[in-house]
Design a protein around this ligand. Sequence first.
Ligand SMILES: Cc1ncc(C[n+]2csc(CCOP(=O)(O)OP(=O)(O)O)c2C)c(N)n1
Length: 314
Amino acid sequence: MNERFYRALYRIRRVEEEVAKAYPSDKIKSPVHLSIGQEAVAVGVCEALKPEDIVFASYRGHAAYLAKGGDLNRMIAELYGRVTGCAKGKGGSMHLIDVAHGVMGSSAVVGTTIPNAAGYAYALKLRGSDALVAAFFGDGATDEGVFYESLNFAALKRLPMIFICENNSYAIHTHQNQRQAISNIAERAASFGIPAEVIADDVIAVYSAIDKAAKAIRSGAGGPFFFECMTYRWKEHVGPGEDYHLGYRSREEATKWIDNDQVRVAGERLRAPRRASIEAEVEAEIADAFAFAENSPFPSADELWKDVYGASTA
Ligand SMILES: Cc1ncc(C[n+]2csc(CCOP(=O)(O)OP(=O)(O)O)c2C)c(N)n1
């Protein structure tokens, strides 16, 4: 299990570091919202899921996509705007999808994938499926009305669904304390009759909590469950840089999170030679993915109106 966790954490961290490195060259054709520092949430959750389970994520969705098994080549090609990308190069970093691996999509519009996830969970329930849905979203998404409508519907219909709030304290540059009267988001979810917990930034704690919830759902006891996962983004809201100079947060604040880096902590649980061989395999895979993107063509002009809503009636 330690090896699996470390491989998944290291892979996401290194993919995003390479994205950050490539970004200034303008080869990456969409804005990127990096989740460096937040990897433990996606990995802890997805390691507890089964291949047939489903995830929906936000625009900060690279980690959930990769942790759930989304194809790396197709992800990087998507960032490069190439036709081999997971959304044929038309979606970019904020719109990752890999249906074969249960990644049903991410969206730039805050909060919108939460009702999508609830709808999908309702369909699974009506079909009598054993699969369940995990919905990833930020603390900022809990400022949206549709979040509360989804909580209510999920609780009412006892949906096979796990709400994953990645609470990194900020919505762009605004701290949660300046936006929300009650900072404990789990407490608000609990008021809908949903079992809800706050979880520390610890990949094993996240995994254990989700594993327990997933087993309860699969046993027929029903859902939903809610987890507020405390975490922190090390990079700026959008883009590859740091933004401590902007003054809305301090490097000192970040330090306690960086000291608890879950990629490093997980790596230290492995023997050095094993860790080195995992890292070498991941590095080769990442190099291949960037080469795949670089060598893939852009979509042709006649792709412009394909797969576009309403295009068939145009
Ligand atoms: C409906 C909607 N309102 C506003 C925005 C502008 N916006 C983009 S990101 C963001 C902050 C969201 O913060 P959070 O959900 O905590 O996610 P994080 O960036 O921390 O991962 C906002 C308000 C948007 N994209 N969609």
